[in-house]
Design a protein around this ligand. Structure first.
Ligand SMILES: *Cc1c(COP(=O)(O)O)cnc(C)c1O
Length: 367
């Protein structure tokens, strides 16, 4: 069986260092908001090229807390509209609705799956206050164009970087384009902890101070509460795990890019639509997503041939029962994507033989 993602194998490579780091935390006697978190925040800030990193409990909280902070700072209020790609993972939308703002679903570019600047422009109203670009599947959004639009209309930009650690345009990485960004370090992400974890990046001092307070009960100073905050901290053990894994991120990304390029040149079956990207540095291949009209049939065939695949995602946010008020919205580009996409195994530990097997089996598929 070729696994979609073999986390055991990935983390096994670093077992010795991970266990040492874990031991260091156990021995320290200090488990929340200590040296490991501070060091990881510093190291990840350097990696992203940003001024501030604030560790939080998970990626959803990272997005929620940025919007919440902008509300506390008077930059956003309930009812404001936030433009978001309609085909995103539900977390991007939950961050908006959790704060009582209104998501405005915009159809993505059907070949890149990311926000389309033309559609963004068309969706702007006098209530629009922010854009939430999602660097979906690991491909950076068209940030030059989106930042121009944001500047023109005085909109805040919150990047959802959960799938795109390290993706960049001419060296400027995700998390360093917008006013702020949310990252996830869920175990299956490109930079994965051994549990839940997330972070906010920003170059804005005031925002950084506010989210730092909000993640810790709204407190800047022990037992003094400026805001009605929450408890969303990145604990020392996970920060220590992430420091080890960050050291291998670029190496793993390079392997993902190699596999993606093998798929791109090797898969020639006309029933399969391959993903499109220009420069390898734009993409970190969190997922390698193909499209085919009879997707479920292909998934069954691949499974029968020992290849595990996953659908990202079967139901778009506006079709979810949780968002019944938007179930009737017509978003045909998004709906077609959700019916046709299939994610192939792309795991940095895959062998050349495994990659070749995936290519051969797909090329032999006929509907
Ligand atoms: C994983 C993910 C999140 C949420 O991250 P968690 O750490 O699971 O809360 C947000 N947005 C996108 C696009 C994601 O893929």
């Amino acid at each position: 069986m070729i696994n979609f993602l073999d986390l055991q194998k990935i983390n096994n490579q670093y077992q010795k260092e991970l266990k040492e780091a874990c031991g260091r935390v156990i021995d320290s006697g200090w488990y929340i908001m200590g040296n490991e978190l501070e060091a990881f925040e510093r190291e990840f800030a350097e990696y992203c090229g940003v001024k501030h990193v604030i560790g939080v409990a998970n990626g959803l909280d990272a997005l929620i807390l940025v919007i919440r902070a902008w509300k506390e700072l008077g930059k956003l209020k309930a009812g404001d509209e936030v433009i978001v790609p309609a085909n995103t993972y539900i977390a991007s939308v939950l961050a908006i609705t959790e704060n009582d703002l209104t998501p405005v679903f915009v159809e993505p570019n059907p070949t890149t799956y990311n926000l389309c600047p033309t559609n963004v422009r068309a969706a702007i109203t006098e209530k629009t206050k922010a854009i939430l670009p999602v660097h979906l599947y690991g491909l950076i959004s068209p940030m030059l164009e989106l930042m121009d639009i944001a500047k023109e209309h005085a909109l805040l930009v919150l990047e959802d970087c959960a799938q795109a650690h390290g993706a960049n345009i001419d060296g400027k990485k995700v998390g360093n384009w917008g006013d702020a960004a949310g990252f996830s370090f869920y175990p299956g992400k490109n930079l994965g902890a051994l549990g839940d974890a997330g972070a906010i990046t920003t170059n804005n001092d005031e925002l950084a101070q506010t989210v730092k307070a909000l993640r810790n009960y709204g407190s800047h100073k022990k037992y003094e509460n400026l805001y009605q905050g929450i408890n969303s901290r990145l604990d020392e053990i996970q920060a220590a795990m992430l420091r080890v894994k960050l050291g291998y991120l670029d190496q793993e990304t390079a392997r993902r890019r190699e596999i993606a390029n093998c798929y791109r040149s090797g898969i020639t079956n006309p029933l399969i639509q391959l993903p499109e990207w220009n420069d390898d540095s734009n993409h970190v291949f969190h997922l390698f997503v193909i499209q085919t009209p009879k997707r479920d049939e292909l998934q069954q065939y691949l499974g029968d041939n020992g290849i595990q695949t996953v659908i990202h995602y079967p139901i778009p946010p506006h079709k979810q029962p949780a968002y019944a008020q938007w179930n009737q919205q017509l978003l045909p580009v998004t709906e077609k994507i959700h019916q046709q996409v299939l994610s192939l195994p792309i795991d940095p530990t895959m062998t050349a033989q495994q990659v070749d097997k995936v290519i051969t089996v797909i090329n032999q598929y006929c509907s």
